[in-house]
Ligand binder design. Structure first.
Ligand code: SAM
Length: 317
């Protein structure tokens, strides 16, 4: 059955118990981050392998890998990155500098998806980066909206291999749709009302690249790679400004990778309790750097207050 966004995202429940666990999540994220080296992930030739042992659920018409099954796949107690399986499922016992939250679909992802539909954000022929992608639903929406290229980045390579890549295969290739046509995959209304012509075309994966690692390392890799990419027309980023310690790396990454006339859509809670970051602090940081201008495009008042800001270069056209 299609899950409601509330079930896909425990944080959307405003009950005190879940709100407390959400704060624990955030507090756990406020720790020193190791500078994890960047890596590009190859897309396996055999897509059956990507979806092997994966159980898919759906939310808002998009498929995503069910976490409890990833937990089993990360055999033993820890995978190569030291992500302890118990931590993956509970989300409350995160390991600082090891796991940065990408194994859960955070609620601002859904805010941005709603906003894309409402504001009719156009992805056709655009070069898009889903920064701090986790499940990668934002990049998947861009791919289905006929973006020319979509790149996905997460801090953790396990997240890319076990969650992001399978989700892209499941949602954007005909193989994924065939393989996932079980009862969890009931057709439902897509988040965007626009037609999704790109769906299922065999070259969809040729339009994607996947990266893991810390932001400054990933931008270096992108800028120095043999296959240099043009700068991004659109950078999508949801729930990535919880920790003020990362603002400098994030700002630098946006400044290096965004096209002069590009735009960033950033969705965030107004404040991250226990971690200290939030929209006002990040906007102040941006103002002091004097590189970008920001504009608030939407506020969401249900539960914890959230918002979406658009960021463009001060000297853009
Ligand atoms: N965007 C996803 C969502 O809304 O569901 C995941 C949000 S999760 C709270 C934060 C994401 O930002 C993680 O995917 C993590 O990998 C990435 N991230 C946070 N800090 C990072 C850093 N310093 N370098 C690289 N990635 C980082």
């Amino acid at each position: 059955r299609e899950k409601s966004r509330e079930t896909a995202d425990p944080a959307a429940d405003s009950s005190p118990k879940l709100a407390a666990s959400e704060h624990q999540d955030e507090a756990a994220l406020k720790k020193n981050l190791c500078v994890k080296a960047a890596k590009e992930h190859n897309i396996p030739k055999d897509l059956n392998k990507v979806l092997e042992n994966k159980v898919m659920e759906t939310v808002l018409g998009l498929s995503y890998v069910k976490l409890s099954v990833v937990e089993r796949t990360c055999s033993g107690d820890a995978d190569s990155e030291g992500i302890v399986s118990k931590s993956i499922s509970s989300h409350t016992d995160l390991i600082p500098g090891v796991y940065e939250g990408g194994l859960k679909i955070w609620e601002c992802t859904f805010d941005l998806m709603d906003y894309f539909s409402e504001a009719e954000i156009e992805f056709t022929n655009k070069t898009v980066l889903d920064l701090g992608c986790g499940a990668g639903l934002l990049g998947i929406v861009a791919l289905r909206g006929e973006a020319a290229r979509v790149h996905f980045q997460d801090y953790n390579s396990t997240v890319i291999d076990e969650i992001t890549l399978p989700n892209v295969v499941a949602n954007c290739t005909s193989k994924g749709r065939r393989m996932g046509s079980g009862k969890d995959r009931k057709a439902s209304k897509p988040p965007s009302k626009r037609p999704r012509k790109a769906e299922g075309s065999p070259d969809v994966l040729n339009r994607c690249r996947f990266f893991s690692g810390e932001w400054s390392q990933v931008s270096q890799l992108l800028l120095s790679s043999n296959e240099p990419c043009s700068k991004y027309d659109i950078i999508l980023t949801s729930e990535t400004i919880y920790n003020p310690d990362y603002y400098s790396a994030l700002h630098e990454t946006l400044a290096q990778l965004l096209d002069r006339n590009g735009r960033v859509y950033l969705a965030s809670k107004v404040h991250y309790f226990g971690v200290g970051g939030g929209i006002y602090l990040f906007e102040k940081f941006i103002e002091e750097k004097n590189v970008f201008r920001t504009s608030l495009v939407k506020t969401i008042d249900q539960g914890l207050q959230r918002c979406i800001i658009e960021i463009t270069f001060k000297n853009s056209c």
